[in-house]
Design a protein around this ligand. Structure first.
Ligand SMILES: [Zn+2]
Length: 118
């Protein structure tokens, strides 16, 4: 395989016809059996892929109901997420409040003991 054949082989998947290769590579392809065979394989592949675009297969029994059963309503999901977020924030605020009250109580107790007459 020559360097030109390798270049043609790299470019063929991206183009529809060897004439799109440019003058030098198209001229090479016109005289090279290897590149012509490669171009023919891609033409055949494209033709088969085009035929597949019209083929449809029925869904297996129960597939549609299974997929639909797993779908969730976006409005319900947003509401659920919002409830979870609010619940988490309420718990965080309650924990912070309890920590502040405990700290204030401890400080008040220490100050009372420091100011207590002996
Ligand atoms: Zn070639």
């Amino acid at each position: 395989m020559s360097a030109t054949c390798r270049i043609v082989a790299m470019r063929l998947p991206d183009i529809g016809d060897p004439s799109e290769l440019g003058t030098r590579l198209a001229k090479h392809t016109a005289t090279c059996l290897r590149c012509q065979a490669e171009a023919a394989r891609y033409r055949s592949l494209r033709r088969h892929l085009a035929e597949l675009s019209t083929v449809t297969y029925p869904a297996p029994q129960g597939f549609v109901s299974s997929v639909m059963g797993r779908l969730t309503d976006p409005v319900i999901e947003v509401a659920r997420h919002t409830r979870q977020t609010v619940r988490s924030r309420v718990v965080a605020v309650a924990a912070a409040s309890a920590a502040v009250v405990a700290t204030a109580g401890t400080v008040a107790l220490i100050l009372r003991r420091l100011q207590a007459p002996v």
